[in-house]
Design a protein around this ligand. Structure first.
Ligand SMILES: [Zn+2]
Ligand SMILES: [Zn+2]
Length: 133
């Protein structure tokens, strides 16, 4: 299940969501596909294993959430070893926006002005999603 943070503009109430770490796999065409957790989303996902993890974080230039790869292993891994690799800082890369190449941010700050009203900044409205992980 996906989970993450809902951000809300302090001036106009515009909201958007960022999303935490999600496992993915690559199919035979090398396309990145959501793997799903705790249960794999498909038989193909279960059979293939986890290639890495992706996130949907904020791009300060596009002013919206973008999805990008956080970790990609050389080969698919089984569930448990894939998740334990998340703790290893060396395997992580700084996720960059696929559209403009800017470093994505997990937390917004006072520099991130609302794209709707150009006045407010964003604060955490709530945490969304579920699961125990
Ligand atoms: Zn606003
Ligand atoms: Zn961008």
């Amino acid at each position: 299940m996906k989970r993450g943070i809902e951000w809300k503009c302090t001036a106009c109430g515009h909201t958007f969501r960022t999303c935490g770490t999600q496992p993915f796999y690559r199919n035979e065409k090398n396309e990145r596909k959501p793997h799903g957790y705790p249960e794999p989303l498909s038989e193909e996902a279960a059979r293939t294993g986890i290639k890495g993890f992706w996130v949907e974080w904020y791009c300060p230039k596009c002013k919206c959430a973008q999805d990008a790869v956080l970790i990609e292993y050389e080969a698919h891994r089984k569930d448990r070893t894939a998740w334990s690799g998340l703790r290893d800082k060396h395997t992580r890369q700084q996720p960059v926006c696929p559209k403009c190449g800017t470093n994505l941010k997990v937390f917004l700050d006072e520099d991130d002005v609302c794209p709707k009203c150009s006045k407010g900044t964003f604060e955490i409205s709530c945490f969304w999603g579920g699961g125990n992980r």
